[in-house]
Design a protein around this ligand. Structure first.
Ligand SMILES: CC(C)(COP(=O)(O)OP(=O)(O)OC[C@H]1O[C@@H](n2cnc3c(N)ncnc32)[C@H](O)[C@@H]1OP(=O)(O)O)[C@@H](O)C(=O)NCCC(=O)NCCS
Length: 217
């Protein structure tokens, strides 16, 4: 597949998927990351056409007909909505860009999945693996050898210790953390300011320090 740099140069229009507060932030980060391409940012997709955003809302992600030269950026923070919206757009041929803010530190030994969004001051350390559509909000960090599953969300200041793993669709609230070498199962949520310091099964809620684990099912 074409590298993102080559593809970005040929993208006709960059479209931000999600027009809430996070969508407006992603507009800022995209302008910082791609100053030469910023004039191509054409607007947002949202089911709510009345949201106050500085560029037009071009349509609803559920039925937007992607043009072959559209490049999408995922700007939705709600875990269950993110996966659905990507599948709607990809099923109509849409392709997503990976956004890495210039102030983020991303080790050259890390791998970053397509569609990921890495916000200002995030840190991706040595030998980290980032799943597709992982969201790393500002000041979040992944220690050496850590990994995230597809669609994982790290809220601002969330942290994974070295070798820690969060599986697909895991959500970490603000300042949440996962201890070194620990694994959090898919769809689990680590509450804000809480710490998962043991392995956690899928569909769990973790709250407190050390984290108390309960089932979300
Ligand atoms: C993880 C989180 C999203 C879970 O929220 P949720 O999916 O709505 O889950 P709920 O709030 O319904 O919580 C489920 C249960 O766990 C309990 N619970 C959740 N967090 C808890 C905590 N920190 N301490 C004690 N109980 C907690 C709830 O009381 C609820 O119990 P109940 O079913 O008996 O009523 C939420 O706890 C959280 O951390 N919010 C902050 C989000 C954030 O940081 N966003 C950043 C955006 S940039």
């Amino acid at each position: 597949m074409q590298s993102q740099q080559d593809w970005l140069a040929s993208v006709g229009r960059i479209i931000i998927v999600g027009a809430g507060g996070f969508g407006r932030e992603v507009l800022l980060w995209a302008r910082d990351a791609w100053p030469d391409q910023a004039s191509k940012i054409g607007g947002f997709l949202s089911a709510d056409a009345a949201l106050p955003v500085p560029l037009p809302i071009l349509g609803d992600p559920s039925d937007y007909a992607a043009e072959p030269d559209d490049g999408f950026v995922l700007a939705i923070g709600i875990p269950q909505v993110r996966r659905r919206v990507v599948s709607q757009i990809e099923s109509r041929g849409g392709r997503f860009l990976t956004l890495i803010h210039p102030t983020a530190v991303v080790s050259p030994t890390a791998s970053v999945g397509e569609g990921a969004v890495i916000c200002p001051y995030a840190i991706v350390s040595d030998a980290v693996r980032l799943g597709r559509f992982t969201l790393m909000n500002y000041h979040s960090s992944l220690g050496h050898d850590a990994s995230t599953g597809d669609y994982a969300v790290l809220s601002p200041y969330a942290t994974l210790g070295g070798g820690a793993v969060v599986e697909e669709d895991v959500f970490l609230g603000m300042h949440a953390s996962v201890g070194p070498g620990k694994r959090v199962g898919q769809r689990s949520k680590v509450s804000a300011n809480s710490a998962a310091l043991c392995d956690v099964p899928a569909d769990s809620l973790i709250h407190g320090v050390p984290g108390h684990v309960s089932s979300l099912m």
